[in-house]
Design a protein around this ligand. Structure first.
Ligand code: ADP
Ligand code: MG
Length: 946
């Protein structure tokens, strides 16, 4: 039966792949009478049986049919749900390490129990990754009934657990949790100072729910653990703000005048050169000016003409003449802003020269070549020039970011202000992302603009992208309703294939074609009319909006019309599940941003089927078609009645910025009247193209992030491996001895010239170097030096150092000294790694600014990054050894305490609720007479233990 359904619906490759799975499904079904006949205890005993078979060398694939049959039977007995055949297919696909595209409402949660159970039989742990804490908890409790019935353990990783609770959850057979928690635990584990406090096991198998949201949308930004930096620029933002406000006032006035002039000109001469030049000025000076946007919307061909003119002037390098009159220029689609000469004068008055960033290389060269200066003077001169350069570029940078904040960022669209904080709203998911910050000072600029406290800058202590985190799993799988459009990216980045699984019942939702209005106002009026009509007959409607701002605007319109409704946006996400769960009830009207309660079930209320099921209205198309499909997918689940329609206007960002000339010319050809919508296949095609363009661009950005992170990733792997070895409990003495040998060799090489006679060697320098590295004076006399080669010299240093090391170890006692070695290695590695991360950040930023001729910045980044990394590795050896040879009274506990104090200051950032939690570690008991772990040097009972 499945075979026929498949053939009807799917293209050949997918179909062929699916038909290969059919025999397995048949096999599972054939086992059903057998498992039905078992008692509960016999069913449970199957788990042990499977494990024994695996121990004896059976492959998971051999156990699969019976294991799936057992899980299905357990589900029937506990939850009264019998996995549909399509869920079995989904389960097999997940087990094979692929993405199963299963539409919303097909029961992905239940489908995942099959591969989760099967793979957990190996005892290596299975992670099921959800988009939020609520779903992690819900799914643990809901599906946990099946697993426990079969004798497996289940755990949940959510925000706010301590290390012991985390260890328990990770040691369970199956662990549910969010992507952020899994990722942060990985980073935190690699900052730990004892193996016992690590929480994760080796990454084995992960099933990622809503996989597109997690591996694509959220993967645009990395996870970061950060701490405060030493040099801060926070007050610079508040100082610069009044200047930018002044700039905005002047520019607004100017734009107003130009606009009036342009209108007059249009009236007189039509869309001629003069009018176009004036309008181009406005486009470049205030691209989001509402009157300007209205004008563009009313004159369909105009936008194209402006873009053409802009392109022409740009190739002829004549844009500066257009910009000359303005104070600053904003290139919206490239996200670039620039102050003009006039703008610089306005805000910096006569001092504007101070704000033009000088050419540092040139300055330094001048200083170096000045014969009048002493070397001391040259040094201070260089320092001054560097400080001046840094200050000027900081000031300039802050100004630019503030301009972006004022011209391009709007409250309740890109961000909200809540409890004195600027919180980003994710444009893809519509969720607030507390803790996540725009980088490069933009967040501080928006904080200054909104008059809230400008936060201190942070520096990275540990970071990983989701791409690189999830690629560590031996096997990765995912499920979602919308994956196929991104199949290319899943393959390229994660090596994941997408399989489209047929629906259990045929889909009967009716998707109407888009309707397009000239202006946004008309569009919303029309949408409101449709809502009113449907609401009147009691049909439930779910309306998707693109921002909080728009959802509130529509809500106000409906309030005026006295239509009862619920609003779901990032501001009230606490009630997300509840609001969405009721969206299918008779007479319910729900306005939602993109978050639209992914993962929560919308069940149709009584009598709703007869009314046509749930109707979806989209009030704007998203940049990503996938996000639109997600919204549509909220209706028509499991063969339900349903329908959907998108309302658009020419003023929508997508059409305005990315629609290009094609859209306007289509509109012109079709003709368009005030208040009259247009519905045409050609337009839908053009929109799809625009979306494809934007998505390709977004993919490029994500790939770019990844290319840079891949450089870091190799380094991170080396460092984390080093750390883990240090923590493994094996003695580090052989490693240290090797370091001593290498360092001794280096010293001998530097100071003993092979060509020269030993008498001519720089022995003074040599002894100093040995002292600085090992903390003892090398004893040399005529006897020892006689006939010595360079290798012999190195051996002499090694022997003396080994002796000194041996003495140190005797003083402390071998066991204690082993602990000490461990602490020193970890501390040195962490400190230098932290510095290295900062340096790599600077390198990345700098590479964009420095001109590299024809060189690919990524290549430069790789090469320089590698050099810096090699240097760091050398320094790790030097500092570890230097530290160990000098260490006197410090005890491991003290160092651990210092380390602890450092870790408590860190911040976590990415989306979700996980932000800003201090690390909590398992507490160890301290003896009353032991030194206090706070590092004071006093006894515990006299210090913190009082
Ligand atoms: P998805 O994640 O695919 O959108 P869910 O896992 O949230 O879907 O399940 C949607 C609904 O379908 C839930 O109410 C669930 O109880 C129900 N369901 C899933 N599988 C079955 C089944 N085999 N039999 C009966 N109901 C099921
Ligand atoms: Mg789900």
């Amino acid at each position: 039966m499945i075979g026929t359904v498949l053939k009807k619906v799917f293209g050949s490759k997918n179909e062929r792949e699916l038909s290969k799975l059919r025999p397995i499904v048949d096999e599972i079904n054939a086992l059903e009478p057998q498992v039905q006949a078992l008692t509960d205890d016999q069913l449970r005993a199957k788990t042990r049986g499977f494990r024994e078979r695996l121990d004896q060398g059976a492959a998971l694939d051999e156990v699969l049919p019976e294991a799936f049959a057992v899980v299905r039977e357990a589900s029937i007995r506990t939850l009264s749900m019998r996995h549909f055949d399509v869920q079995l297919i989904g389960g097999i696909v997940l087990h094979q390490g692929k993405i199963a595209e299963m539409k919303t409402g097909e029961g992905k949660t239940l489908a995942a129990t099959l591969p989760a159970y099967l793979n957990a039989l190996t005892g290596q742990g299975v992670h099921v990754v959800t988009v939020n804490d609520y779903l992690a908890r819900r799914d643990t409790e809901w599906m946990g009934v099946i697993y426990r019935f079969l004798g497996l353990t289940v755990g949940t990783i959510v925000h706010g657990l301590d290390d012991l609770q985390r260890q328990d959850a990770y040691n369970a057979d199956i662990t549910y949790g969010t992507n952020n928690e899994f990722g942060f635990d990985y980073l935190r584990d690699n900052m730990k100072f004892s193996p016992e406090s690590m929480v994760q096991r080796a990454p084995h198998y992960a099933i990622v729910d809503e996989v597109d949201s997690i591996l694509i949308d959220e993967a645009r930004t990395p996870l970061i653990i950060s701490g405060p930096v030493e040099q801060a620029t926070d007050q610079l933002y508040d100082e610069t703000k009044p200047k930018v406000i002044k700039l905005k006032k002047h520019q607004d006035r100017l734009i107003h005048t130009i606009f009036e002039e342009a209108l007059e000109n249009l009236e007189r001469e039509g869309e001629g050169e003069a009018a176009l030049q004036l309008l181009l000025k406005i486009k470049r000076g205030d691209p989001k000016n509402p009157r300007f946007l209205d004008l563009i919307a009313q004159r369909p061909g105009l936008k194209k003409k402006l873009e053409k003119l802009e392109g022409q002037l740009s190739t002829q390098k004549l844009l500066p003449e257009i910009d000359e009159d303005l104070f600053c220029v904003i290139e919206e689609n490239q996200n670039i802003v620039e102050l003009t000469e006039k703008g610089l004068k306005l805000i910096y008055g006569g001092h504007s020269d101070d704000y033009i960033v000088p050419d540092l290389d040139e300055e330094l060269r001048k200083i170096d070549e000045d014969p009048e200066l002493t070397s001391m003077e040259k040094r201070t001169g260089r320092q001054k020039a560097e400080a001046f350069y840094r200050e000027a570029s900081d000031r300039f940078h802050v100004t630019r970011q503030l301009i972006k904040a004022y011209w391009l960022f709007n409250k309740d669209v890109q961000y909200v202000v809540k409890d004195g904080q600027v919180i980003i709203v994710d444009e893809f998911t519509g969720r607030m992302m507390p803790g996540r910050r725009w980088s490069d000072g933009l967040h501080q600029a928006v904080e200054a603009k909104e008059g809230v406290k400008v936060a201190e800058e942070n520096q990275t202590l540990a970071t990983v992208t989701f791409q690189n985190y999830f690629r560590m799993y031996e096997k990765l799988a995912g499920m979602t309703g919308t994956a196929d459009t991104e199949a290319g990216e899943f393959k390229e980045i994660y090596d994941l294939d997408v399989m489209v699984i047929p629906t259990n019942e045929p889909m009967i939702r009716h998707d109407y074609t888009d309707v397009i209005y000239k202006t946004e106002a008309e569009k919303f009026r029309a949408a409101a009319e449709e809502i009113k009509a449907l609401h009147k007959k009691g049909q439930p409607v779910l309306v998707g909006t693109i921002s909080i701002d728009k959802s509130e605007k529509l809500s106000r319109m409906l309030d005026k019309a006295k239509i009862k409704h619920e609003v779901l946006n990032a501001k009230n996400h606490e009630r997300e599940a509840e609001i969405v769960a009721n969206a299918g009830q008779k007479g319910h009207l729900t306005i939602s941003t993109n978050m639209a309660g992914r993962g929560t079930d919308i069940v149709l209320g009584e009598g709703v089927k007869e009314l046509g099921g749930l109707h979806i209205i989209g009030t704007e198309r998203h940049e990503s078609r996938r996000v639109d499909n997600q919204l549509r997918g909220r209706s028509g689940r499991q063969g339900d009645e349903g329908s959907s329609r998108f309302y658009l206007s020419l003023e929508d960002d997508l059409l305005r910025i990315f629609g290009g000339g094609r859209m306007s010319s289509i509109m012109e050809r079709l003709g368009m009247e005030e208040g009259e919508p247009i519905e045409h296949r050609m337009i839908s095609k053009a929109i799809e193209n625009a979306q494809r363009k934007v998505e390709a661009h977004n993919f490029d950005i994500r790939k770019h992030l990844l290319e840079y992170d891949d450089v870091m990733n190799k380094q991170r792997e080396v460092i984390y491996k080093h750390r883990r070895e240090a923590l493994s409990g094996e003695s580090l003495r052989p490693t240290i001895e090797e370091m001593i040998r290498e360092l001794s060799g280096n010293i001998a090489q530097t100071f003993a010239d092979e060509e020269a006679l030993p008498e001519e060697w720089n022995l003074k320098g040599l002894r100093e170097a040995v002292y600085s590295q090992f903390g003892f004076r090398l004893k040399t006399n005529r006897n020892t030096m006689d006939g010595l080669t360079r290798e012999g010299l190195a051996e002499l240093i090694v022997a003396s150092a080994m002796k000194a090391y041996e003495d140190k170890e005797m003083n402390f006692g071998a066991d204690e000294f082993r602990g000490l070695e461990r602490m020193v290695v970890l501390q040195v590695v962490d400190n230098l790694w932290k510095e290295h991360l900062l340096a790599m950040d600077h390198l990345k930023e700098g590479i964009g600014l420095r001109g590299y001729g024809q060189q690919d910045p990524l290549v430069v980044y790789k090469r320089e990054g590698f050099d810096m990394f090699s240097e760091m590795i050398e320094r790790i050896k030097e500092e570890t050894v230097r530290f160990l040879f000098r260490i006197q009274i410090a005890r491991p506990e003290e160092m651990a305490a210092r380390e602890k104090a450092r870790q408590e200051k860190v911040t976590y950032s990415h989306g979700g609720e996980e932000a800003k939690t201090p690390v909590r570690r398992a507490k160890k008991k301290v003896g009353r007479n032991a030194p206090c772990p706070c590092g004071s040097g006093k006894k515990y009972k006299k210090c913190c233990g009082k």
